[in-house]
Write a protein that binds this ligand. Structure first.
Ligand SMILES: *[C@@H]1O[C@H](CO)[C@@H](O)[C@H](O)[C@H]1NC(C)=O
Ligand SMILES: *[C@@H]1O[C@H](CO)[C@@H](O)[C@H](O)[C@H]1NC(C)=O
Ligand SMILES: *[C@@H]1O[C@H](CO)[C@@H](O)[C@H](O)[C@H]1NC(C)=O
Ligand SMILES: *[C@@H]1O[C@H](CO)[C@@H](O)[C@H](O)[C@H]1NC(C)=O
Length: 194
Protein backbone atom coordinates (compact mmCIF):
# COMPACT_ATOMS: atom_id res chain seq x y z
CA UNK A 1 0.00 0.00 0.00
CA UNK A 2 2.71 2.47 1.11
CA UNK A 3 4.90 1.25 -1.76
CA UNK A 4 2.04 1.79 -4.22
CA UNK A 5 1.37 5.35 -3.15
CA UNK A 6 5.12 6.17 -3.23
CA UNK A 7 5.20 4.92 -6.80
CA UNK A 8 2.11 6.95 -7.64
CA UNK A 9 3.65 10.13 -6.23
CA UNK A 10 6.84 9.52 -8.23
CA UNK A 11 4.70 9.16 -11.33
CA UNK A 12 2.83 12.36 -10.54
CA UNK A 13 6.13 14.19 -9.97
CA UNK A 14 7.41 12.99 -13.34
CA UNK A 15 4.26 14.17 -15.07
CA UNK A 16 4.56 17.55 -13.33
CA UNK A 17 8.23 17.86 -14.30
CA UNK A 18 7.37 17.02 -17.89
CA UNK A 19 4.57 19.59 -17.88
CA UNK A 20 6.88 22.30 -16.52
CA UNK A 21 9.50 21.44 -19.16
CA UNK A 22 7.01 21.44 -22.03
CA UNK A 23 5.47 24.72 -20.87
CA UNK A 24 8.75 26.59 -20.48
CA UNK A 25 9.78 25.34 -23.94
CA UNK A 26 6.47 26.37 -25.44
CA UNK A 27 6.15 29.61 -23.48
CA UNK A 28 6.56 31.80 -26.53
CA UNK A 29 4.81 29.46 -28.92
CA UNK A 30 1.38 30.60 -27.92
CA UNK A 31 -2.10 29.41 -27.17
CA UNK A 32 -1.52 25.66 -26.83
CA UNK A 33 0.38 25.93 -23.61
CA UNK A 34 -0.56 26.46 -19.99
CA UNK A 35 1.96 29.36 -19.85
CA UNK A 36 0.22 31.47 -22.42
CA UNK A 37 0.58 35.19 -21.89
CA UNK A 38 -2.27 37.36 -20.69
CA UNK A 39 -4.68 38.64 -23.33
CA UNK A 40 -5.76 42.25 -22.97
CA UNK A 41 -8.10 44.30 -25.15
CA UNK A 42 -7.47 48.02 -25.38
CA UNK A 43 -9.49 50.59 -27.34
CA UNK A 44 -7.78 53.85 -28.24
CA UNK A 45 -8.71 56.90 -30.31
CA UNK A 46 -6.16 58.81 -32.40
CA UNK A 47 -6.86 62.54 -32.82
CA UNK A 48 -5.43 63.38 -36.25
CA UNK A 49 -5.21 66.97 -37.56
CA UNK A 50 -4.15 67.22 -41.18
CA UNK A 51 -3.84 71.00 -41.37
CA UNK A 52 -3.88 74.21 -39.37
CA UNK A 53 -1.57 75.35 -36.56
CA UNK A 54 -1.67 72.10 -34.60
CA UNK A 55 -1.24 69.68 -37.47
CA UNK A 56 -0.29 66.13 -36.47
CA UNK A 57 0.57 64.94 -40.02
CA UNK A 58 3.36 66.24 -42.22
CA UNK A 59 3.93 64.98 -45.78
CA UNK A 60 7.71 64.88 -46.08
CA UNK A 61 8.24 63.12 -49.43
CA UNK A 62 6.45 62.17 -52.61
CA UNK A 63 6.99 61.10 -56.20
CA UNK A 64 8.55 63.88 -58.35
CA UNK A 65 5.94 66.26 -59.68
CA UNK A 66 3.08 64.59 -57.82
CA UNK A 67 1.02 66.08 -54.97
CA UNK A 68 1.91 64.54 -51.63
CA UNK A 69 -1.53 63.11 -50.88
CA UNK A 70 -2.15 59.89 -48.92
CA UNK A 71 -3.30 58.06 -52.05
CA UNK A 72 -0.46 59.08 -54.40
CA UNK A 73 2.12 56.30 -54.71
CA UNK A 74 5.34 57.35 -52.98
CA UNK A 75 3.94 59.81 -50.44
CA UNK A 76 5.45 59.54 -46.98
CA UNK A 77 3.65 61.21 -44.07
CA UNK A 78 5.06 61.56 -40.56
CA UNK A 79 2.48 61.47 -37.77
CA UNK A 80 2.40 62.44 -34.11
CA UNK A 81 -1.20 62.28 -32.92
CA UNK A 82 -2.70 62.46 -29.45
CA UNK A 83 -4.14 59.17 -28.23
CA UNK A 84 -7.27 59.48 -26.11
CA UNK A 85 -9.48 57.15 -24.12
CA UNK A 86 -12.69 58.24 -25.84
CA UNK A 87 -13.69 59.65 -29.20
CA UNK A 88 -13.73 63.30 -28.05
CA UNK A 89 -10.58 65.41 -28.35
CA UNK A 90 -11.21 66.41 -24.71
CA UNK A 91 -11.31 62.83 -23.50
CA UNK A 92 -8.40 61.87 -21.16
CA UNK A 93 -5.06 61.59 -22.98
CA UNK A 94 -3.49 58.15 -22.69
CA UNK A 95 -0.49 58.66 -24.94
CA UNK A 96 0.62 59.40 -28.49
CA UNK A 97 0.70 57.58 -31.81
CA UNK A 98 3.92 58.32 -33.68
CA UNK A 99 5.23 56.91 -36.93
CA UNK A 100 5.08 56.98 -40.68
CA UNK A 101 2.45 56.28 -43.29
CA UNK A 102 3.70 55.26 -46.74
CA UNK A 103 1.51 55.23 -49.86
CA UNK A 104 3.01 51.95 -51.01
CA UNK A 105 0.69 50.77 -53.77
CA UNK A 106 0.74 52.13 -57.33
CA UNK A 107 -3.07 52.17 -57.53
CA UNK A 108 -3.55 53.85 -54.14
CA UNK A 109 -5.47 50.89 -52.77
CA UNK A 110 -3.21 50.20 -49.81
CA UNK A 111 -0.41 51.64 -47.71
CA UNK A 112 2.19 50.77 -45.10
CA UNK A 113 1.86 51.94 -41.53
CA UNK A 114 4.89 51.78 -39.24
CA UNK A 115 4.10 53.32 -35.88
CA UNK A 116 4.39 53.16 -32.12
CA UNK A 117 1.69 53.71 -29.55
CA UNK A 118 3.46 55.41 -26.63
CA UNK A 119 1.37 55.11 -23.48
CA UNK A 120 1.47 57.79 -20.77
CA UNK A 121 -1.58 56.81 -18.70
CA UNK A 122 -1.09 55.42 -15.21
CA UNK A 123 -1.64 51.77 -16.13
CA UNK A 124 0.85 51.52 -19.04
CA UNK A 125 2.97 54.63 -18.44
CA UNK A 126 6.22 54.44 -20.45
CA UNK A 127 5.27 51.26 -22.31
CA UNK A 128 4.99 51.09 -26.08
CA UNK A 129 3.35 48.87 -28.68
CA UNK A 130 4.93 48.61 -32.13
CA UNK A 131 2.80 48.15 -35.25
CA UNK A 132 3.77 47.45 -38.83
CA UNK A 133 1.54 46.50 -41.72
CA UNK A 134 -1.05 47.59 -44.23
CA UNK A 135 -2.26 51.04 -43.24
CA UNK A 136 -5.68 52.33 -42.41
CA UNK A 137 -8.57 53.14 -44.67
CA UNK A 138 -9.15 56.88 -44.52
CA UNK A 139 -12.85 56.76 -45.35
CA UNK A 140 -15.38 56.97 -42.53
CA UNK A 141 -17.30 53.70 -42.42
CA UNK A 142 -14.60 51.98 -44.49
CA UNK A 143 -13.48 48.52 -43.52
CA UNK A 144 -11.29 48.36 -40.43
CA UNK A 145 -7.72 47.48 -41.34
CA UNK A 146 -5.91 44.86 -39.33
CA UNK A 147 -2.33 45.74 -38.44
CA UNK A 148 -0.08 43.29 -36.58
CA UNK A 149 1.77 44.10 -33.39
CA UNK A 150 5.44 43.30 -33.97
CA UNK A 151 6.68 43.98 -30.45
CA UNK A 152 6.58 46.28 -27.48
CA UNK A 153 8.49 47.62 -24.50
CA UNK A 154 8.17 47.51 -20.69
CA UNK A 155 4.72 46.08 -19.85
CA UNK A 156 4.46 44.93 -23.46
CA UNK A 157 7.88 43.27 -23.84
CA UNK A 158 7.64 40.33 -26.28
CA UNK A 159 4.07 41.40 -27.09
CA UNK A 160 2.15 39.80 -29.89
CA UNK A 161 -1.25 40.71 -31.23
CA UNK A 162 -3.11 42.86 -33.66
CA UNK A 163 -5.17 46.01 -33.93
CA UNK A 164 -8.14 46.92 -36.08
CA UNK A 165 -7.88 50.57 -37.10
CA UNK A 166 -10.86 52.41 -38.51
CA UNK A 167 -11.70 56.03 -39.29
CA UNK A 168 -14.73 56.88 -37.15
CA UNK A 169 -15.03 60.64 -37.56
CA UNK A 170 -14.00 63.18 -40.15
CA UNK A 171 -14.53 66.93 -39.95
CA UNK A 172 -12.89 68.59 -42.99
CA UNK A 173 -13.69 72.12 -41.72
CA UNK A 174 -11.51 71.41 -38.68
CA UNK A 175 -8.98 69.31 -40.65
CA UNK A 176 -9.86 66.61 -38.16
CA UNK A 177 -9.93 62.82 -38.45
CA UNK A 178 -10.43 60.41 -35.55
CA UNK A 179 -9.23 56.83 -35.88
CA UNK A 180 -10.33 54.11 -33.48
CA UNK A 181 -7.95 51.25 -32.70
CA UNK A 182 -9.34 48.02 -31.22
CA UNK A 183 -6.24 46.26 -30.00
CA UNK A 184 -5.79 42.71 -28.76
CA UNK A 185 -2.39 42.19 -27.17
CA UNK A 186 -0.82 39.18 -25.53
CA UNK A 187 1.62 40.15 -22.81
CA UNK A 188 4.21 37.73 -21.56
CA UNK A 189 5.73 37.40 -18.12
CA UNK A 190 9.01 39.31 -18.02
CA UNK A 191 7.43 42.62 -18.96
CA UNK A 192 8.40 45.55 -16.76
CA UNK A 193 5.10 45.78 -14.89
CA UNK A 194 3.33 42.45 -15.50
C1 LIG B 1 -10.72 40.52 -26.83
O1 LIG B 1 -11.41 40.79 -28.02
C2 LIG B 1 -11.52 39.66 -28.87
C3 LIG B 1 -12.11 40.12 -30.18
O2 LIG B 1 -13.22 40.93 -29.97
C4 LIG B 1 -12.35 38.59 -28.17
O3 LIG B 1 -12.46 37.45 -28.99
C5 LIG B 1 -11.66 38.22 -26.87
O4 LIG B 1 -12.46 37.32 -26.14
C6 LIG B 1 -11.40 39.44 -26.00
N1 LIG B 1 -10.54 39.07 -24.88
C7 LIG B 1 -10.72 39.51 -23.63
C8 LIG B 1 -9.72 39.03 -22.62
O5 LIG B 1 -11.65 40.23 -23.32
C1 LIG C 1 -7.19 73.59 -42.10
O1 LIG C 1 -6.02 73.39 -42.89
C2 LIG C 1 -5.82 74.42 -43.87
C3 LIG C 1 -4.59 74.04 -44.67
O2 LIG C 1 -3.47 73.80 -43.85
C4 LIG C 1 -5.65 75.77 -43.14
O3 LIG C 1 -5.52 76.80 -44.09
C5 LIG C 1 -6.86 76.04 -42.25
O4 LIG C 1 -6.65 77.21 -41.48
C6 LIG C 1 -7.09 74.86 -41.30
N1 LIG C 1 -8.29 75.06 -40.51
C7 LIG C 1 -8.30 74.92 -39.18
C8 LIG C 1 -9.62 75.14 -38.52
O5 LIG C 1 -7.31 74.59 -38.52
C1 LIG D 1 -3.62 74.75 -31.11
O1 LIG D 1 -3.03 74.41 -29.87
C2 LIG D 1 -3.00 75.47 -28.95
C3 LIG D 1 -2.20 75.02 -27.74
O2 LIG D 1 -2.70 73.80 -27.27
C4 LIG D 1 -4.43 75.92 -28.62
O3 LIG D 1 -4.41 77.00 -27.73
C5 LIG D 1 -5.14 76.31 -29.91
O4 LIG D 1 -6.50 76.58 -29.62
C6 LIG D 1 -5.06 75.20 -30.94
N1 LIG D 1 -5.60 75.68 -32.22
C7 LIG D 1 -6.51 74.98 -32.92
C8 LIG D 1 -6.95 75.62 -34.21
O5 LIG D 1 -6.93 73.89 -32.58
C1 LIG E 1 4.48 58.65 -16.10
O1 LIG E 1 5.88 58.58 -15.88
C2 LIG E 1 6.52 59.86 -15.90
C3 LIG E 1 8.03 59.64 -15.82
O2 LIG E 1 8.35 58.70 -14.84
C4 LIG E 1 5.97 60.70 -14.73
O3 LIG E 1 6.57 61.97 -14.74
C5 LIG E 1 4.46 60.83 -14.90
O4 LIG E 1 3.91 61.51 -13.78
C6 LIG E 1 3.80 59.46 -15.02
N1 LIG E 1 2.40 59.63 -15.34
C7 LIG E 1 1.40 58.94 -14.75
C8 LIG E 1 0.02 59.23 -15.22
O5 LIG E 1 1.61 58.11 -13.88
Amino acid sequence: MAKGSALASIQISLVLLLAIFVCSEADLLGPVCCCRGKETNITVYLQVFTGGPNTTSVAVAGAPGMPRTPSNFGTIIVNDAKMTQGISNNSPTIGRAQGIYIASSRDGSSSQGIFSLLFSNFQYNGSTLEFQGPGYNLQVGGTAREIPIVGGTQTFRLARGYGFFQTVLQNPAQNKTVIRGDITVIQYPGGGKV
